[in-house]
Design a protein around this ligand. Structure first.
Ligand SMILES: *Cc1c(COP(=O)(O)O)cnc(C)c1O
Length: 360
């Protein structure tokens, strides 16, 4: 069977070129006579693979030297706990914006470890927009301020970032990291699970400003302690070796596309193809507020749930896979991360027009 256009939210489509290289190198990496999966993480050859991936992250995101790049395990969900455990010293408090289900999960988890305040929420509107915030509500003495830059389930994105002054901004970028240019200096911590826009699942990227290290709570598990992990080059224990190698191949591909600024232009164009169609149609209805629209996850419905289901099924038969929306929103979700080619989005647009003609 041919490859399909895979619109899954995560794990998600990866650059074909990266997969082909991995296939070629599967049994014998670079004359070592073994697969990357079979190598000691303490070997020289593996250290080079690790350093290459970390260096590509630094280069592509222009990460300044006073930030550590950590390649960890435990997923974004692990970091929901690691963030307060690393940043929330005794007697301190942190501010959160509740913009989606993952933001809510982060907030709930953090409450186990300290004093957490929710300063804005769109939960009552089923997260159809990024909540409106009022800077007067921010705690100027907070240990950190937490946001989720792209809300994967609801298809929303911060068009502007909150101004938090001296309070470090901590961002879950799991579903839009490397898809648009961010100035890393605006953040104290950026983190992401890899399985949407970096590479395969199993790897968690944490970028942390060095002055924020050294404040972990005594109960912080060692594997989640950024300070210890930074000292150990992310190898306190065995890192997710193969996922790090695969991420390196995906980042090489991204570099070849011209890097983040170049892919951002393509991403804007891809999203526009879909939103233009949704705005012109009286059959499809976009579910996210226009001012909060994501470029990575486009959410919409047809006139009724039965037609949504028929849409997902017919699309799959046309080689357009995994378009079913998340159960919290229903309808349809097209995840169009970096590795989704614009041809895939064009094919989806053509299918949507034909489907509308047949079902109107
Ligand atoms: C997918 C996702 C998560 C959860 O990631 P895991 O790696 O499965 O823990 C958290 N936040 C956002 C924004 C996501 O898209």
């Amino acid at each position: 069977m041919d490859r399909v256009y895979n619109f899954a939210a995560g794990p998600s489509t990866m650059p074909e070129e990266a997969l082909a290289t991995a296939a070629r190198e599967m049994l014998n990496y670079n004359g070592t006579g073994m697969s990357v999966m079979e190598m000691s993480h303490r070997s020289k050859v593996y250290q080079e693979i690790f350093d290459h991936t970390a260096a590509l992250v630094r280069e592509l995101m222009a990460v300044p030297e006073d930030y550590e790049i950590l390649l960890l395990q435990g997923g974004a969900t692990g970091q929901f706990a690691a963030i307060p455990l690393n940043l929330l010293g005794a007697g301190r408090s942190a501010d959160y914006i509740d913009s989606g289900n993952f933001a809510h999960g982060a907030l709930t988890e953090a409450k186990k470890y300290g004093d957490i305040r929710c300063v804005a929420s769109s939960r009552e509107e089923n997260y159809r927009r990024i909540p409106v915030w009022n800077e007067a509500d921010f705690n100027p003495d907070a240990a950190y301020f937490y946001i989720t830059t792209n809300n994967t389930i609801f298809g929303t994105r911060y068009a502007t970032l909150p101004e938090t002054g001296k309070v470090p901004l901590v961002a879950d970028m799991s579903s839009n990291i490397l898809s648009e240019v961010y100035d890393v200096r605006r953040f104290g911590v950026i983190y992401a699970g890899a399985q949407k826009n970096i590479g395969p699942a199993g790897l968690t990227l944490v970028i942390v400003r060095k002055d924020l290290l050294g404040h972990a709570q005594p109960i912080c598990p060692k594997v989640f302690d950024w300070t210890i992990m930074a000292e150990k080059g992310s190898m306190l224990n065995t890192p997710p070796t193969y996922a790090i190698y695969m991420a390196g191949l995906c980042l090489e591909w991204l570099k070849k596309q011209g890097g983040v600024a170049a892919i951002e232009k393509v991403n804007v164009e891809k999203a526009k193809l879909l939103y233009d169609l949704l705005d012109e149609s009286s059959f499809y209805r976009p579910t996210a507020d226009p001012a909060s629209r994501s470029r990575m996850n486009v959410t919409f419905t047809t006139p009724d749930p039965d037609t949504d289901a028929a849409f997902v099924k017919a699309a799959a038969a046309h080689g357009l896979a995994n378009l079913k929306g998340h159960r919290l929103v229903g309808g349809i979700r097209a995840s169009i991360y970096n590795a989704m080619p614009i041809e895939g989005v064009r094919a989806l647009v053509r299918f949507m027009k034909d489907f509308e003609t047949e079902h109107r």
